[in-house]
Design a binder for this molecule. Structure first.
Ligand SMILES: Cc1cc2nc3c(=O)[nH]c(=O)nc-3n(C[C@H](O)[C@H](O)[C@H](O)COP(=O)(O)OP(=O)(O)OC[C@H]3O[C@@H](n4cnc5c(N)ncnc54)[C@H](O)[C@@H]3O)c2cc1C
Ligand code: FES
Length: 260
């Protein structure tokens, strides 16, 4: 794919727009791209979620945070340069049960937020009502707040209290559910992506919910189900031997399915 734009959204957070035929294969939200770092000594691809798909324009966007060497190389790339991209990979969010008028919770933390943008756009397109619960480390590293607000109601939390509710997104959710009497008015669906602590909270809070889905992050190598680098244990397995591969059976699972 060709990089058509790269811009910095916040400290260490970048948005990259890519164009190429591969966009026509991108049909679901929650899938990811496995991107080769254009440096010969880096053999493993880096998994990055698809943030926005525009099939008409033939472009897609990713948002990433620089962590180690690979993502630092990505941040130095310029418009016009080419990237070797494998994808779209993974199962994607299942929206088959969503109906017009449904209230849908979209819960994201930090660098788990990017795939939720395309998800929220699709939920809105189905006539449902997305309500976003988004958590960041601080006001300084917030991004895409206006973009999410344009799609629906947003509630924010920051770990240091510099914007929105003080604390993590789990606290934000617990406060909102307690205040609004969750039992009387449950959302039709719940979708979440973020760190394992946040996903654990969602997994427990919505354990009985019929349509709650979480997107897991795990270290990957091949990205296509061949190497078993990304396995995760199944929750209701007494032997502790059964596992799923996050890359091709996930990254999205119903709550209660895997051990987080
Ligand atoms: C399905 C999926 C979707 C993701 N989506 C995004 C996204 O949209 N934006 C974003 O910023 N990050 C995302 N990540 C995390 C991202 O893949 C890692 O931050 C990135 O691979 C780090 O690479 P690095 O070379 O900078 O770091 P290094 O630590 O130098 O990486 C060394 C190796 O570890 C792997 N690795 C390191 N951290 C992770 C991690 N958290 N998950 C998986 N592999 C890791 C790398 O791929 C590489 O092979 C996603 C991860 C997964 C599994
Ligand atoms: S990364 Fe190879 S099987 Fe999942």
């Amino acid at each position: 794919m060709t990089i058509t734009q790269q811009r910095q959204l916040a400290p260490r957070i970048y948005e990259m727009t890519l164009s190429g035929h591969l966009v026509q294969e991108m049909k679901k939200s929650g899938q990811f791209l496995h991107i080769r770092v254009p440096r010969e000594d880096m053999l493993l691809r880096r998994p990055i979620s698809i943030n926005h798909i525009d099939r008409e324009a033939g472009t897609c966007r990713i948002i990433y945070r620089t962590e180690g060497e690979g993502t630092k190389v990505f941040a130095q790339l310029q418009a016009g340069e080419q990237l070797d991209v494998l994808g779209p990979l993974g199962n994607g969010f299942d929206l088959s049960q969503i109906q017009a008028g449904d209230e849908v919770y979209i819960i994201g933390g930090g660098i788990g937020i990017p795939p939720l943008y395309e998800l929220s756009r699709r939920i809105l397109a189905l006539g449902a009502v997305p309500i976003h619960f988004l958590g960041f480390a601080s006001k300084e590293v917030m991004y895409y707040t206006e973009e999410f607000k344009a799609l629906g109601e947003c509630r924010f939390a920051t770990d240091d209290g510099s914007f929105g509710v003080h604390g993590n997104v789990g606290n934000l959710l617990l406060t909102a559910l307690a205040a609004e009497g969750y039992g009387d008015n449950p959302p039709a669906a719940v979708f979440a992506c973020g760190n394992n602590g946040m996903l654990k909270t969602v997994d427990q809070l919505f354990s009985d919910h019929p349509n709650a889905q979480i997107s897991l992050e795990s270290r990957m190598a091949c990205g296509i189900g061949a190497c078993y680098a990304c396995v995760c244990h199944i929750a209701d397995d007494e032997t502790g031997q059964k596992s799923v591969k996050v890359c091709d059976q996930g990254p999205i699972f119903p709550v209660g399915k895997v051990v987080i």
